[in-house]
Design a protein around this ligand. Structure first.
Ligand code: SF4
Length: 282
């Protein structure tokens, strides 16, 4: 049985918010009987783009994280719903019934991802339902995927075993792995939002002048074991990414055959720029 999945590439999201706007356009002032009541004009973000800044000047990056209903296979919202108000379809999509769910405000708290929104006027819990009404009428992808200008969102309808293979081939991850709900939304390059980096700049000093040093070898060590190696670029910069936040002490050895080496000790809490490291000729 083929089922829907959504793949979110954090490395491609530029915060255009076209996904959010396509949801607003599809559901505000529009009712889709059997699928969804109207979305309120204000206050709801069924697809929400979160932002995370990492590092310090001059080495700073920003990651954007689109979030939405994960269409979990083991969905706590389904377990919490009365009168079968939330159903899992055979194609993997979770639907909150806009009639049966009326008055069930407790469903908002049942979702561990915060993906259910309360419509006060209609007394309804609501979520992004994968645009099921469009897919059922022949669309090949939901509007958020169609409208994303950078290809950060991709939908696939494949079997679960094919999806497992895709997850391992592309290194896809779950947003909150500790939440065991078997989500059908999978993330690529999630480290850009969830993990940390250690970076720095290597320069040479010659006759009192500083110049960026390309080709220096930066070796990252933890507990006296080498765990990574990077080569400084044309700006003398190196960056070790995908490190656990608050993961303790690291040492960076900076080496170059023509210059004296040096070591930098770092205590990692959040992403850190270690500054400018000057090597001198041997
Ligand atoms: Fe239900 Fe929340 Fe999972 Fe969506 S993300 S299926 S609303 S538990």
């Amino acid at each position: 049985m083929k089922k829907w999945n959504l793949i979110v590439d954090v490395g491609r999201c530029h915060n255009s918010n076209n996904c959010f706007l396509s949801v607003a356009d599809e559901y505000q002032r529009n009712e889709h009987p059997g699928y969804s009541a109207e979305m309120p004009l204000h206050g709801h973000r069924w697809i929400d783009v979160k932002k995370k800044e990492r590092g310090q000047a001059p080495m700073v990056d920003v990651a954007y994280l689109p979030t939405m209903c994960m269409h979990c296979d083991d969905a706590p919202c389904i377990a919490a719903a009365k009168d079968d108000a939330i159903q899992k379809r055979n194609d993997g999509i979770v639907i909150i019934d806009p009639v049966k769910a009326k008055g069930q405000k407790h469903l908002v708290d049942s979702c561990p991802y915060g993906a259910i929104w309360w419509n006060e006027e209609k007394q309804l819990p609501q979520h992004w339902n994968f645009d099921a009404h469009l897919l059922d009428s022949g669309w090949v992808e939901p509007r958020c995927v169609q409208s994303c200008p950078t290809g950060a969102l991709r939908s696939v309808i494949i079997t679960d075993s094919e999806m497992e293979r895709l997850k391992s081939e592309e290194g896809l991850e779950q947003l909150e792995p500790e939440i065991q709900t078997k989500p059908r939304v999978h993330y690529k390059n999630l480290h850009l939002y969830k993990k940390c980096f250690i970076g720095g700049t290597v320069v040479i000093t010659d006759s009192g002048l500083e110049d960026c040093l390309e080709g220096a070898i930066a070796v990252l060590n933890k507990d006296e074991k080498k765990i990574g190696e990077e080569i400084s670029d044309a700006f003398g910069e190196f960056k070790f990414d995908d490190l656990e936040p608050a993961s303790g002490a690291y040492r960076i050895d900076i080496l170059h055959p023509e210059y004296t080496s040096l070591s930098v000790n770092v205590e990692l809490r959040e992403s850190i720029y270690t500054g400018v490291h000057a090597l001198t000729p041997r």
